[in-house]
Ligand binder design. Structure first.
Ligand code: FES
Ligand SMILES: [Fe+2]
Length: 455
């Protein structure tokens, strides 16, 4: 591919029916440009958590795709988001990661904008613009739609995109398992870890949607270490994956969910501490709050303290481990990872501290599980630099045909956890967004695809 794209060619890149993916989707620069327009230009993208900007004048700098975005708390308590780009000559007007301010002043020539984005001051205005400056029209470009969902703030450029909750669909049920455990909701604790990895963003986002399968092998050594108890000599006699039997083989059931490009996976466990990645205060906290959470969310979600999730396209999180992350695209071959630690607002401070430590230890930039994951993606990206390697389609057909709708209250299209149902749905949604200009057609394509899965 590369050069000018015929959208009809995109359909063939993602053969979801047969489970085949053409490697160009991870490497092609023309496809990447189209992604910025049609995926990042019109899906709901996570901006920040409300707890990060509690007071008027608080702001948080982030990105929508590659576009720098300022999210700012207004005087009336509402939240607005703006393109972080001076209207004069395109300079960035805000550089701090976050803070509190009355104005964003461009460092180039000094134009100054209020927290509502309006252009307040132009140095030497009278002499520099003798015919008058159009200050009313030269405010920061405002993100068309900003909406919160239980503390998470999302932005969208496109007026025709379905409303946030419709866009989330059944994924909201899975997200509520993190956001709605206790009446006070959630907060972000600590700062944001930010680092770059040399791979396409879709490897990360899709894996968090769909791939529990890798954990058996890629995380085997970590599981061996964490799963071992002082009085347990199983690590000496069993392979690492076997050491993990308590989670992966003794769970009553396990599912993968996939719909509208979103995905999730988890095991049905029997005790509220079935998460080997956390310990100490965090595990105790989960046990202590179990009855309350069960009352609010039901047993399945109260027990769900492990599991992976992606809300299409780039918001991922892990239950229990409390990591929430965004995969910001940085060209076809690079991703900027932003990892937040999210936990219940009502958790005591020492538990919040423990959450932060455990999320950092496992999934910070040097986290032992993070390293296991990203090494795979980075190596695949390197392999795909080869001409021959790029001719071989990836096989994404695990669990094909096993999709069903459950009757136990777990919503949406599901399959066994070790499948690639959510991956096929993720790439199909991606392709349909690139192909169709109208959201109506995107939704129709998704509906038709999903109807076939469970007919
Ligand atoms: S680019 Fe901002 S004031 Fe000139
Ligand atoms: Fe992993």
């Amino acid at each position: 591919m590369s050069g000018k794209i015929d959208v009809r060619e995109i359909d063939a890149l993602v053969d979801a029916q047969n489970g085949r993916i053409t490697p160009a989707i991870y490497t092609d620069s023309a496809l990447y440009e189209l992604e910025l327009e049609r995926v990042f230009g019109r899906t709901w993208l996570f901006l920040c958590h409300e707890s990060q900007i509690p007071k008027a004048g608080d702001f948080f700098n982030t990105y929508m795709g590659e576009d720098p975005i300022i999210v700012a708390r207004q005087k009336d308590g509402s939240i607005k988001a703006f393109l972080n780009q001076c209207r004069h000559r395109a300079m960035r007007v805000s550089f701090a990661d976050c803070g509190n301010t009355r104005a964003f002043t461009c460092p180039y020539h000094g134009w100054s904008y209020g927290i509502d984005g309006s252009l307040k001051d132009i140095p030497l205005e009278d002499r520099a613009y003798p015919h008058g400056a159009c200050k009313q029209e030269w405010g920061l470009l405002e993100v068309t739609r900003v909406k919160s969902y239980k503390g998470l703030v999302f932005g969208c450029w496109d007026e025709t995109t379905p409303d946030l909750e419709e866009y989330m669909g059944d994924m909201a049920w899975y997200l509520d398992g993190v956001l709605d455990r206790r009446p006070g909701g959630t907060v972000i604790v600590g700062g944001v870890h930010k680092w770059e990895i040399e791979c396409n963003w879709k490897f990360a986002a899709e894996q968090f949607a769909s791939d529990q399968y890798h954990a058996l092998f890629s995380h085997a050594s970590a599981v061996q270490v964490l799963g071992a108890k002082p009085d347990d000599d199983s690590t000496k006699t069993l392979g690492a994956a076997q050491t993990a039997r308590p989670v992966w083989e003794t769970a009553k059931d396990a599912i993968q969910f996939g719909s509208k490009g979103h995905g999730s996976g988890f095991f049905f466990t029997e005790k509220p501490d079935a998460n080997v990645w956390v310990d100490g205060e965090v595990a105790n906290y989960f046990r202590e709050t179990f009855d309350e959470v069960k009352e609010r969310l039901g047993e399945i979600r109260a027990l769900r303290l492990a599991g992976h999730n992606t809300m299409f396209p780039t918001l991922s999180w892990l239950n229990g481990t409390a990591t929430l992350r965004v995969w910001h695209p940085r060209g076809p071959n690079k991703t900027e990872v932003w990892a937040f630690c999210i936990c219940d607002a009502e958790a005591p401070q020492e538990v919040k501290d423990a959450f932060e430590r455990s999320a950092t230890r496992a999934f910070g930039p040097a986290g032992f599980l993070e390293q296991d994951d990203s090494e795979n993606w980075v190596e695949i990206q390197k392999v795909l630099r080869g001409y021959k390697a790029r001719q071989n389609k990836l096989i994404v057909e695990m669990g094909k045909g096993s999709e069903k709708v459950r009757e136990d209250g777990v919503p949406g299209i599901t399959s066994y956890i070790f499948s690639e149902t959510a991956a096929r749905g993720f790439y199909r949604r991606w392709a349909d967004l690139l192909i169709h200009k109208d959201w109506e057609d995107v939704e129709k394509a998704t509906e038709a695809y999903e109807k076939e899965l469970v007919k």
